[in-house]
Design a binder for this molecule. Structure first.
Ligand SMILES: Nc1ncnc2c1ncn2[C@@H]1O[C@H](COP(=O)(O)OP(=O)(O)O)[C@@H](O)[C@H]1O
Ligand SMILES: [Mg+2]
Length: 243
């Protein structure tokens, strides 16, 4: 199995704050890997370190075997890594259609017609401006724009954040169709149940340390393990189950 992304022994700081402690994560080609953990655990920092946006102080990142830890973000992207950051970043004054025309990507399975068939809602709204969209529509537009670059790996940072349950379903359906296309997905989530449903492998991060790694199905089936791993975040995980 090829490793699409291989993170080893990553240590990342914000100023003097040591945030990531020897974080090691592997995303196998063609699989969905989820990174779970409570707010502040270091999930976003891990993704930013992979992308070169918050460079790690030590450790290595390999993208399809190429050492990328010292590369600028645009060069990491050129290795085939797409990134949908936390919070929605769409051009508020451009129409949906024009937002979709911005990415100049590699040829591949995703073009605008394909995007419209995956996200019918975006086609209905194509003449609306970014700022007129609902949170769910903006999230879909953010994901759609990343897909148009036809990356080999797509990193999604909390795509379900703040979305209504029905929209969350749609977002996760899209993750499944990316996997069917053979794309590698690295999914950061706080929605534990949904993430474990779609993922092959799950990691749990706590205080910048990887505290669990294993098959997603095994974690999903083990309430006690979820609870013990959750530690201080048990309430959030409970909250999630209550939905
Ligand atoms: N730009 C920043 N400057 C200083 N500290 C930060 C910054 N961004 C995040 N942090 C801190 O780093 C830790 C990890 O944050 P983050 O990676 O955003 O966690 P998560 O995505 O898991 O919620 C938190 O304690 C957070 O307060
Ligand atoms: Mg985050």
């Amino acid at each position: 199995m090829t490793n699409a992304i291989e993170v080893s022994g990553l240590n990342t700081f914000y100023g003097k704050s040591h945030i990531l402690h020897d974080v090691s994560i592997v995303a196998e080609e063609g699989s969905v890997t989820t990174l779970l953990g409570r707010n502040g655990a270091g999930k976003t920092t891990t993704m930013r370190s992979i992308m070169g946006l918050t460079p790690a102080r030590s450790g290595t990142v390999k993208v399809f075997g190429t050492d990328s830890v010292k590369l600028a973000p645009y060069r990491v992207a050129r290795l085939g890594v797409g990134y949908v950051p936390e919070g929605r970043r769409v051009f508020p004054n451009l129409t949906v259609e024009d937002n979709l025309k911005v990415p100049q990507g590699a040829k591949g399975p995703f073009d605008i017609p394909r995007i419209y068939s995956l996200f019918p809602r975006l086609e209905q709204r194509k003449m609306n401006r970014g700022r007129q969209l609902s949170g769910g529509e903006q999230e879909m537009l953010s994901i759609a724009r990343a897909l148009l670059l036809n990356p080999k790996v797509l990193i999604l940072d909390e795509p379900s954040q703040g979305l209504a349950p029905l929209i969350v379903r749609d977002v996760f359906k899209i993750v499944s169709s990316m996997k069917q296309e053979g794309m590698t997905v690295l999914l950061v989530e706080q929605n534990v149940r949904m993430a474990l449903e779609v993922a092959d492998t799950a990691y749990v991060l706590d205080h910048g340390v990887v505290v669990h790694k294993g098959p997603a199905a095994a974690l999903a089936a083990d309430e006690n393990l979820i609870q013990s791993l959750a530690g201080a975040s048990a309430e959030e995980w409970d909250l999630d189950k209550a939905h």
